[in-house]
Design a protein around this ligand. Sequence first.
Ligand code: PSU
Ligand code: MN
Length: 335
Amino acid sequence: PRHGIRATTFTRLAPFSTSATKFRQQQHLSPVLNFSDEVKDALKNNKPIVALESTIISHGMPYPQNYETAVQVENIVRENGATPATIAILDGQIQIGLTNSQIQSLAELGRESVKASRRDLAVVMSKKQTGATTVSATMLLAHRAGISVFATGGIGGVHRGYEETLDASADLTELGRTPVAVVCAGVKSILDIGRTLEFLETEGVTVATYGQTTDFPAFFTRKSGFQSLLNVETPLEAAKLIAANHAIDLQSGMVFAVPIAKEHAMDDKLVGDAINTAIRESVENNIFGKESTPFLLKRVNELTGGNSLKSNIALVKQNAAVASRIAKDLSRLSS
Ligand code: PSU
Ligand code: MN
């Protein structure tokens, strides 16, 4: 059996040190959260922070592009005036903010780490495993850490064939119960996008497209054929929406869907065919549950000869930049 990443070399607060305890009490933070120095400093000084997930590193992209992208995305957040907080569980320790070498270890471990959604958090912690957090687990931990803006590639959703399998991502129910704004490129059409939007409405999640259109994007492409009903055109407009969510204490999340840049968007038919093939193969191979999304992402990458990975990387970077500007305006509004 593989061992998880060693947590001992990490810059984290000693669990019972007085200054750490005092810091957490001041910030009303859970004692099981371990912060990178950078994030600790940002929290203390009310600087804008953007949470980043780690399943995209371990299960969403191949090595070494996963490592390179994760580090570049963190730098983009910094260049846009915010502090990156990549979230993961290393040897059972919750880490809010990772060092590059921690990112490297997780990137190499890849699918041998546990893909951890809300359901898996207590398991990974109690067994001292290494877990890469999905959108749901990252939102939850970001919220515990006092971070309210989060950037990723795509969120999970309602799977095609839901009427048979009841497979809908825990990301959707988390969005319904945790007040974190998720900046993404919409929902991949490996999923049933129409039903995903219906589910989000039922969960009370505010969904907005970012830019001059209400066309809800489909990750690799700029249009899904569905509408968002609402669009915001500037970071400040998005920040005002988030501030209003906080002001009324809605306790539910928000989705800001940023369409992929035109020059990186893929051909509709090309991705569509790859996705249909991948879904057929997943049915033939009886892939279900938490294996489903990683399987489909990997097959679509393979079937498009790596072109989908290039789009994927480009859109994650764009989302990180947008999220950082939103976080900056939000912290200005609330100070
Ligand atoms: N969609 C993507 N890329 C991803 C994921 C989703 O385009 O990497 C990952 C995210 O971590 C998301 C998770 O939270 O997959 C959803 O998995 P599931 O469908 O099993 O809930
Ligand atoms: Mn599922």
